[in-house]
Design a protein around this ligand. Structure first.
Ligand SMILES: Cc1ncc(COP(=O)(O)O)c(C=O)c1O
Length: 339
């Protein structure tokens, strides 16, 4: 496939006068210096990420949130109406939504009751047309990390693409699979700036993979998929790794305290161990608790209709004040009204 070749892609070398891309040379009256198209390959950001993640810049793809590489992976590796993929619910919903949008058959192999991969069931579900296996670790909404050995077993035995979504990896003690990319040509690791980096509004998702896979994703992406203001802000943010690490430690600490406080409440039956910035919490009556909290202006995520998450709400770790409001809100629920 021949990708779109932008004016800036074709130009190489030094120049003073740019009359190649039909931009407005006068600029904008309000935002003066956004009149030029941004770097389609975002090399400055990739160079910084390369140093942080210890991987060559040519093995990094940047997208409009992780949702963009999720969609592009379907379009790259799956033929609509013919190919299929495997997901392991309960897990992040976009793997399924994106499969449906792209007319790719989705086979669901639920996690075990301890929220781990069911390797035997996955082996049985693999068909000749199975092109991708999606693994989310730490998993959303359960919060736990998937056993590394199980993931390695799949990487070693499945010859399609294995995507490991590490959106929450910074909140866990697990080692990222980015360091294993040279061992597995079929591995794609997804990460995002939306969680630990605190930049969900910017929409910057990252895919790490072999140079070959990254070159395919680059071929099919929209040419200027990361806007210039976002590139500028991300470049600035990436200088603050130290502060981000401090914030991660604070959030992990809050997660522990919130877990303890929740376990003391009579309405809480179970708090599942979390490697992420949220807790999956089992209540005596999740739907009633959800409604009660909403009434108090506190929004959590009702996961009680999701497989293996009966009576569960997913609760993001907030600021100390927000966590206190939540705990007080749950305390104020009246068991009589709830039942
Ligand atoms: C597992 C997982 N992957 C990806 C995302 C989306 O990330 P982004 O904001 O980069 O699109 C989320 C968002 O909640 C998520 O939970």
């Amino acid at each position: 496939m021949k990708p779109y070749s932008s004016a800036r892609d074709e130009f190489k070398g030094e120049a003073r006068v740019f009359l190649d891309a039909n931009e407005n040379a006068l600029g904008s009256p309000t935002l003066k210096w956004y009149n030029r198209y941004p770097d389609p390959m975002q090399w400055e950001i990739k160079d910084k990420l390369s140093a942080i993640k210890k991987i060559p810049a040519t093995q990094i793809f940047l997208g409009n949130g992780s949702d963009e590489p999720i969609d592009l992976l379907y379009r790259c590796f799956c033929e609509p109406g013919r190919d299929e993929v495997i997901v392991c619910p309960p897990t992040y919903g976009m793997y399924e939504v994106s499969a449906n949008i792209n007319d790719i058959k989705l086979t669901k192999v639920p996690l075990t009751s301890s929220f781990q991969l069911d390797l035997e069931a996955i082996e049985q579900a693999i068909q000749p047309q199975t092109k991708i296996i999606w693994i989310c670790s730490p998993n959303n909404p359960t919060g736990n990390s998937i056993d590394r050995q199980d993931i390695e077993m799949i990487l070693n035995n499945f010859d399609g693409i294995v995507v490991i979504d590490e959106a929450y990896i910074n909140f866990s003690r697990q080692r990222s699979f980015i360091g294993d990319l040279s061992d597995y040509p079929n591995l794609v690791v997804l990460q995002t700036l939306s969680k630990a980096w605190g930049l969900a509004a910017l929409r910057l998702g990252m895919a790490f993979a072999s140079e070959q896979i990254i070159s395919y994703l680059n071929k099919i992406k929209p040419p200027y998929n990361i806007s210039k203001p976002v590139q500028d802000l991300v470049l600035k943010a990436l200088d603050e790794v130290g502060q981000v690490n401090d914030m991660i430690m604070l959030l992990v600490d809050s997660r522990g305290r919130l877990e303890k406080a929740l376990l003391e409440l009579s309405a809480v039956l179970q708090v599942y161990p979390s490697d992420a910035n949220f807790l999956l919490v089992k209540f005596d009556d999740a739907k009633a608790m959800y409604a009660h909290l909403l009434n108090l202006g506190i929004v959590v995520r009702d996961r009680s209709n999701v497989v293996l998450c009966d009576q569960c709400l997913r609760i993001t770790v907030g600021t100390d004040a927000e966590n206190d409001s939540l705990v007080n809100g749950i305390k104020s629920s009246n068991p009589q009204i709830l039942s």
